[in-house]
Each structure stands twice: as C-alpha cells, then as structure tokens.
Design a protein around this ligand. Structure first.
Ligand code: ZN
Length: 277
C-alpha cells in the first residue's frame, strides 16, 4: 500500500492531511469490535484504516492477538494507518502490541497529556516503540480524511487526575454520517466539552462502557445520537452497562447496540448516513 500515506501535522489546528490512493477497494464503514471488556473501533474510508483504541489485554488474554488482528484480516483491512489511544488504560491500549506486530506501518497517536504516563511508556517499550515515534496530540486538532472531518480534543489533565479524565474526544463527520468517541471520559469531562459544540452525531460510543460515571442526560442532549454503542464484556465484573445509563438512553429513544450481546457492530456508509448492517 505504497499509495497510502496518512500524515499528521503537529500544528495546533491542523491535524490530518490524507494522501490516499486513487483506488479504494474497501467501502467506508465503522465497526465496533466485540473485544470483551474494552474498546476497539475501526473506521475505514478511502483505503485508510484508523483504529480508536485497540482492545484489552491482561495476564491471560490479549484481545489484539485473539480478536482484533484476525478480524481486521477477515474484514480485508490490509494495513492500519493510525491507532488513536484514548487513554492509557489496558482495556483500551492492551491490543496495540499485537496490532503493530501485524501492521508495523501503523502510527500510534495519544494525548500529549499522557506523554509521561508510566504505564503508557512501559507499554511502548514492550511494543518496541520509542516515545518519539508516537504522535502526541492536543489540545485540539482538526483535519480531514476524504470527505470526513475529523476532530480530536484532548482534555488537559495533571498527574494527580485519573487517566479517564484525560480520555480524548474524537469526532468524525461527513454530513449526517457522524460518530463521537469519548473513551472512558467521566461526566465532568463531557460537561467541559459541551460548550465547544459540534458534537451532534448519529453514532455515539457511550463513555466508559456504559458506566453511570458517563453519558449524562446533558451529553445525550448535546450529541442527540440515533445509536449508542455499549462496548463491554459479557457478565463483566463492573456491572457495565449500568441500568440507569441504559434507561436514560432508552427514554431518549436512542437505539442501543451492545457488543456483549450482539458481537461486532458495523455501520455502512449509505446515502450519506451510517446505516447499521
Ligand atoms: Zn475502559
């Protein structure tokens, strides 16, 4: 895939300039992989593949190796251009090592506020990546990928704050086809982002696996999603998704999609919208 080259500018306002091939055999689609208790979404457009988080890894299981890499191959993804790490918790970054082994051309990008995060630095070492090879993003970056506008907001945090508080907010928009990702950001981070505006999205990944710590009524009103994705493991020990979040979404008429019950959740780009497969 020499024709593919996704470049990220370091400038505060300009993020992604995409130089893509003239032919893109794969359709535009957005897939939330069923990685158990963790997150991994795959956005493909114009031959470029971006991952938002990479699935969980613990002492017994590596979702990157077991699930993400095989699924990407099945989906026909023959290269990963960018892996956005929402924040350095293992249920979000754990699969990265397996993915960069399978797709060594992948660029890893993370919030600059995690540049000194011990866990992330330790994992980078294990993945054979130097910190200088990571694209450290923030606070706000905007760019485009084909017709899609991509915006990333990285909340500023200090080292005394929880990593969840620094979860990056990612928005992808092409007209009505739009999605927003907030990692494990808590309600106070949602509140801080609301005034910035432009969050209205057809597809919303519910924050923190459907925990009651996220997805406030106010955030739902801000995003006004048609679909909410709850990415969580079957019978997980946290009780995610929490009932009050599910109730809140249902009361607002949002269609709920759960990876623990439905497996992978795929949206095709059809007539200018994301349409559930
Ligand atoms: Zn998480």
């Amino acid at each position: 895939m020499s024709s593919r080259n996704l470049a990220i500018g370091g400038c505060a306002c300009v993020l992604i300039g995409a130089v893509v091939g003239l032919l893109w055999p794969r359709p535009t689609r957005l897939t939330f992989l069923n990685v158990g208790q963790g997150d991994c979404a795959v956005f493909e457009t114009e031959g470029v593949a971006i991952l938002i988080d990479s699935g969980p890894k613990d002492s017994t299981s590596d979702a990157g190796e077991r699930i993400v890499v095989p699924r990407l191959r099945q989906m026909g993804v023959d290269g990963v251009d960018l892996i956005l790490l929402s924040h350095p918790d293992m249920d979000h970054i754990g699969g990265t090592g397996a993915i960069v082994r399978a797709f060594p051309e992948a660029t890893i990008a993370a919030s600059r506020y995690f540049q000194h995060n011990t866990q992330l630095l330790e994992q980078l070492r294990k993945w054979g990546k130097r910190p200088e090879e990571v694209k450290w993003l923030g606070p706000e970056l905007k760019g485009s990928l084909g017709e899609f506008k991509i915006r990333i907001e990285c909340p500023a945090i200090d080292e005394n704050q929880e990593t969840n508080d620094g979860s990056m907010f990612v928005s992808i928009v092409d007209g009505a086809a739009s999605a927003v990702f907030t990692g494990d950001a808590p309600v106070k981070a949602e509140e801080a982002m609301e005034p910035i505006g432009g969050w209205r999205s057809e597809v919303m990944k519910a924050g923190h696996h459907g925990s009651r710590t996220a997805t406030s009524e106010s955030w739902i009103e801000t995003v006004r999603p048609e679909y909410a994705i709850l990415s969580c493991g079957k019978n997980n020990r946290y009780g995610h998704p929490h009932k009050e979040v599910v109730d809140r979404l249902e009361a607002d008429g949002v269609k709920i999609c759960r990876t623990d019950r439905e497996g992978d959740i795929t949206f095709d780009f059809l007539n200018g919208r994301f349409v559930r497969e």
